[in-house]
Design a protein around this ligand. Sequence first.
Ligand SMILES: [Zn+2]
Ligand SMILES: [Zn+2]
Length: 232
Amino acid sequence: MQIKFLGTGGAFEPTYGNSAAIIEFQGKNLLLDAGFTVYPKLVELNLWQQLDYILLTHLHNDHCGSLANILLHCVFHGQGKRPVILYQTEDFKQQIVDFLNFQLKDATLYTEFKPFTELTGLIYLDTYGRHSIEFQTYSFILEENGKRLVYSGDLGDSKFLFDYLGTLPELATTVYHDVSFNPENKGHAFYTALRPYQNKYPIFGYHCDPTQQPADNTIPLVYQQPGLCYSY
Ligand SMILES: [Zn+2]
Ligand SMILES: [Zn+2]
């Protein structure tokens, strides 16, 4: 299980790319999120044809803004092969379809939908309303070969995620969590809120501008880990 980030910035930090990653899981390549900087990055790195599945944490533009383009590119340049979107629930699948149909008229011509249960060891945590009021969001948890990888998505209420992790069987766990350095920003985990969990899990922060981190930040940033992200 290998994760590599295509971008580690927030919605307003295109310099660092929208937060998104490719995870090698069970011999397949999973694209986590498809924000507006992701399509050009996939083309630049020539990675688009290696994608087996696309997963979305939520439908904010920095997480799905180039999804339609990615699908079109794959179908037009990949011998008509439609990328597979793994969906968490029927409701969320319908939200994705509605979103895509504005741009594609009939999304099913360009993508195939399969449920999350397609892959064993892939779990989602419903984080509805915990990033943005009355807005559907999810965290992802992937387990393979005695290891667990946690991807928070956008989540202000990190306690909710860590409480849930505490109910799971012990497993070598690494957490990738969005992080904010602005206490006014309630949509993401403030860096000091993640600190108490660092003695239990290795935690890496993303969805931020690394130049804004305060001197007392203890959360290592994905952006600063060689090997964890494609260069930006
Ligand atoms: Zn975001
Ligand atoms: Zn968001």
